[in-house]
Write a protein that binds this ligand. Structure first.
Ligand SMILES: [Fe+2]
Length: 156
């Protein structure tokens, strides 16, 4: 008989960057994250898994924790720098107006020139599906894709 285990819950999302200061600033300013803890000491396993890791910082917004990992050598080539990556990460907001506000905020921060973006792509247009679900897509400073979505109240 298989062992009974509790359902897992999401604990954190790890983001790989080549510039921790730039990445931390953007996550704080865009998402409104607060810094909680950081370290430059890693286990042998972590150093084997992530060669070139220098330091990491946790930033938190609401129930979402991001672990920002800086790796400088060998230089990762954009985004997660692995052959296989998560395709995107989706954040839900409470209204179409909030969706527009997040899109405007992304653009304002991008235009401010205060952050180095690995890729220059602007946010996508907002798309609406047949169920009224609205989404747009944007990149973080490392080129990782986020979706922002508004899902109307209903059965899904
Ligand atoms: Fe999605």
């Amino acid at each position: 008989m298989p062992e009974t285990v509790n359902l897992p819950r999401l604990h954190h999302i790890a983001i790989q960057t080549t510039d921790l200061a730039n990445c931390t600033s953007w996550y704080q300013d865009f998402f409104g994250c607060r810094a909680t803890w950081s370290t430059d000491e890693f286990s042998e396993l972590t150093r084997e898994r992530l060669p070139g890791i220098t330091r990491m910082a946790e930033v938190v917004v609401g129930a979402t924790r991001f672990h920002l990992f800086e790796r400088i050598s060998p230089a990762p080539h954009g985004a997660g720098a692995n052959a296989t990556e998560f395709q995107h990460l989706c954040m839900a907001v409470e209204s179409p107006a909030a969706l527009d506000a997040w899109r405007r905020k992304w653009t304002e921060l991008h235009r401010s020139g205060r952050y180095a973006f690995l890729r220059a792509d602007p946010p996508s247009e907002t798309v609406v599906d047949k169920d009224g679900v609205e989404s747009f897509y944007c990149l973080d400073v490392n080129g990782l894709e986020f979706e922002f979505t508004y899902v109307p109240a209903g059965p899904r």
